[in-house]
Design a binder for this molecule. Structure first.
Ligand code: GLN
Ligand code: ZN
Length: 757
């Protein structure tokens, strides 16, 4: 077969999130595992045919998963943590690993490189008995074969697998490498029986992250060995999200069949094409993780450039990465101009197919000429559209000198302490309170016009009333309104800002059955009117205590959206920052004394390659500072970040002009907090003392211990007492006693506080 086009991987959650629904119904014992299997089988078949019918030569199997592909790989290797080994039933064990059960906590989850997809972190230790479980891979291959599709098999490569695993005994992860590699070899031996020839895509995205010498030589040896197992098994190593030049040099020395490179997010890959030599080059040319239509002219230019170094017959046109990161199809979106600018998974499949035909074909058919011309027209329309460019905004961004807040921190904090009159160790929360079924119903009812705005508003106000009076009753110092009007901290602002588009059906898998619908930033961003002032001032009117306003920062807005690709992130960030600066000004003029700008995604936005970090830090910090530049000396600015590992970035954090930072430390104790002391961090800190990810209610004594422990590291005069993060996913029955205990513990520690610095 001649292979001209390929898709790195296809979303599995289903056009109408069928997999999500079936999983959840199975988990709640409403349907059986057999029913789940049936739905899964139907989805796989549908997805294969969708790709085949669009003319794709090279379609994946094993890109499906009931939960996550890293978890599948762990199961394939039999890397089952001890606490799950007693579970006999395979499905039950699999989902217990992913989600925990009555006796065993779930395995950890973390973000897949710089995407918003979470994978399950494999746990390795000496007790693991590595052993091959190839059934899933074999079954899916044969299922596709039965409908006449010869797939390539997607497997996470051993270097990435080990590199992303957590070694629970503290050993070097690579002590387990040989064990793991021998299972991969065994797998190939097993698979060779499936067909006379076989194609395997090993995903090795870890090789784009400034690989060490050790990883590189490992890559070379590993693929040398794997390629030699059977010459009828054609192996290609797929990389994405950045260039992989260092690895290309090594891999080219091995007898593998091909190498996959990302030419959308790794333009530098163009510089290492000399090394491809006789290998197939899987050219990721269609953006697999953003939702814009491809500029065919530009894509063909890149392909032509590639073919100056690599013979055309060796080039396979592909997506830059798996389409897992984008929604299913735009065909379900309502008609609009913006729709014509977007391509989701199915449309990207068509694009790959088209580019393959044009690039590999000898001359253009009239039909294809027409498609090219149409595409040019749409792109021109987008470029010129008044929706996209707003002169006022671009002028404001251009003319804005980077604003700084008034006053140095020392001066600000002195004024603030005087004005705010808070006790030592002030208590607060991060913003959201439990999202109850009633609140969710209120929002859907409003969306579906089942209730009037007035009814909605009074429902929200009622929630705020209760939230304020609860916080007063337990004696918290700085209150919040509870964020009942926000479905999500990014979407809420996206709806209110111009320049953002909210899709109807643009669901993307975040983890397991959990899907998110990221907003789309398509144009210059403006704030037509205040976004939070009404709710916050309403809350403030209900209490004598200080109510803190809560906003979402520029980096987080960008990271959790699909971002326009026609201007740099730094520009978008500035536009959002200016909108926030106006909001902050309105809030303080309306009497709000403390404002928090959440930057939950600050750290995950870091580039994969070291050489790009300083540029990122520059615009990320600049945009934060621009956002808070309107804050007066006496307006206290907080920021919140959802993690506690700051050792690499503490100097950058210090440059952000916030007065207080709240972070997540309940699980890590002082271990990671010490960096603030060691670097003599000047500003105030609220290290979390309540783990919001657990339903457990800590006792007063536990809170006291947590607080006292923090006081070993953070000066009394600089410390706040708060939970790790927002409380929105918790229940009121958990939150009420927990916060009550937190405040009570603080009272008690305050009394004895003289002993601390
Ligand atoms: N203010 C938000 C909340 O409390 C912050 C959430 C977050 O950091 N992820 O929900
Ligand atoms: Zn958080």
């Amino acid at each position: 077969m001649t292979i001209r086009t390929m898709i790195a991987g296809f979303p599995r959650i289903g056009e109408n999130r069928e997999l999500k629904k079936q999983l959840e119904s199975y988990w709640s014992n409403k349907t059986t595992f057999e029913e789940l299997e049936n739905v899964a089988r139907k989805l796989r078949k549908k997805h294969w045919l969708e790709q085949k019918n669009r003319g794709i030569d090279f379609i994946s199997s094993n890109d499906f998963s009931y939960y996550d592909n890293m978890l599948d790989t762990a199961v394939m290797l039999n890397a089952i943590p001890t606490r799950f080994r007693n579970i006999k039933d395979n499905a039950e064990r699999y989902f217990a690993m992913a989600r925990g059960n009555a006796t065993a906590v779930a395995m950890e989850m973390t973000k897949w490189f710089n995407t918003n997809y979470h994978y399950i972190v494999p746990e390795l230790d000496d007790s693991i008995e590595f052993q091959l479980n190839p059934e899933k891979i074999i079954n899916e291959y044969q299922e596709a074969k039965e409908i006449g599709i010869k797939t390539k098999i997607n497997i996470i490569g051993p270097i990435t697998f080990i590199g992303l695993s957590r070694i629970t005994n503290g050993k070097d992860p690579f002590v387990y490498f040989d064990n793991v590699l021998s299972i991969y070899k065994e797998l190939l031996v097993k698979l060779e029986k499936l067909d006379d020839s076989l194609f395997i895509q090993f995903d090795e995205p870890i090789l784009v992250k400034n690989p060490t010498e050790k990883q590189l030589s490992l890559a070379r040896n590993t693929y040398e060995e794997l390629a030699l197992v059977n010459k009828n098994i054609k192996i290609f190593v797929n990389t994405y999200f950045e260039h992989a030049c260092e690895a290309v040099k090594e891999l080219s020395k091995t007898p593998i069949w091909g190498i996959g490179l990302d030419f959308v997010y790794g333009k530098k890959n163009l510089d290492c094409l000399d090394h491809i030599k006789d290998k197939m080059l899987i050219a990721g040319i269609v953006d697999g993780r953003n939702i814009w239509i491809t500029d065919f002219g530009q894509a063909l230019n890149i392909l032509n450039k590639i073919s100056e170094k690599v013979p055309k017959e060796q080039i396979i046109v592909s997506t830059s990465c798996s389409l897992l990161h984008i929604p299913y199809s735009t065909k379900n979106e309502p008609e609009s101009e913006i729709k014509s600018w977007m391509a989701f998974a199915l449309e990207k499949v068509e694009e790959v197919s088209f580019l393959g035909r044009v690039f590999h074909g000898s001359n253009l058919s009239d039909e294809d000429k027409k498609i090219l011309e149409q595409r040019r027209n749409i792109l021109t329309a987008r470029r010129k559209s008044e929706r996209v460019t707003n002169r006022d905004v671009s002028n404001r961004v251009k003319n804005n000198r980077l604003g700084f807040r008034e006053g140095e921190f020392d001066e600000r904090i002195r004024v603030q302490k005087e004005k705010l009159g808070l006790p030592p160790l002030p208590t607060t929360t991060i913003g959201s309170f439990p999202q109850t079924p009633e609140i969710r119903k209120l929002r859907t009812d409003l969306r579906n016009n089942r209730i009037t705005w007035g009814e909605y508003e009074s429902g929200i106000k009622k929630y705020i009333d209760d939230c304020i009076s609860f916080q007063e009753s337990i004696g918290l110092d700085v209150l919040v309104h509870g964020e009942p009007e926000r479905s999500d901290m990014v979407e809420y602002f996206a709806v209110l800002l111009d320049g953002f588009h909210i899709t109807k059906n643009g669901w993307v898998q975040s983890y397991g059955s959990r899907c998110v619908k990221p907003p789309v930033i398509y144009g210059d961003i403006t704030r037509p009117q205040p976004m939070t002032v009404k709710w916050i001032t309403y809350a403030q009117s209900k209490t004598q205590k200080i109510v803190k306003g809560i906003l979402t920062g520029p980096v987080t807005m960008i990271n959790w959206s699909f971002v326009r690709n026609d201007v740099p992130h730094s520009v978008i960030a500035k536009q959002i920052a200016l909108a926030l600066a106006d909001e902050i000004n309105d809030l303080q003029n309306a009497g709000i004394k403390i404002i928090q700008v959440d930057e939950a995604a600050f750290k995950e936005g870091y580039p994969l390659r070291k050489e790009n970090i300083s540029e990122y830090e520059q615009w990320a910090v600049d945009s934060f500072n621009l956002a808070v530049s309107t804050a007066k000396k006496e307006t206290q600015i907080h920021t919140h970040m959802c993690y506690s590992e700051f050792s690499d970035i503490i100097k950058t954090i210090e440059k952000m002009e916030a007065d207080v930072i709240t972070i997540e430390t309940a699980r890590s104790g002082n271990r990671l907090l010490k960096i603030f002391r060691d670097t003599d961090y000047k500003k105030e800190i609220g290290p979390g003392v309540y783990d919001v990810h657990s339903p457990r209610v800590p006792s007063i004594n536990e809170f006291k211990d947590q607080i006292k422990e923090r006081l070993q590291v953070v000066k009394k005069s600089k410390m706040w007492i708060n939970p790790d993060c927002g409380l929105k996913t918790r229940k009121w029955e958990e939150v009420k006693p927990a916060l009550k205990n937190m405040v009570q513990a603080t009272f008690e520690v305050r009394k004895a506080v003289a002993e601390y610095r």
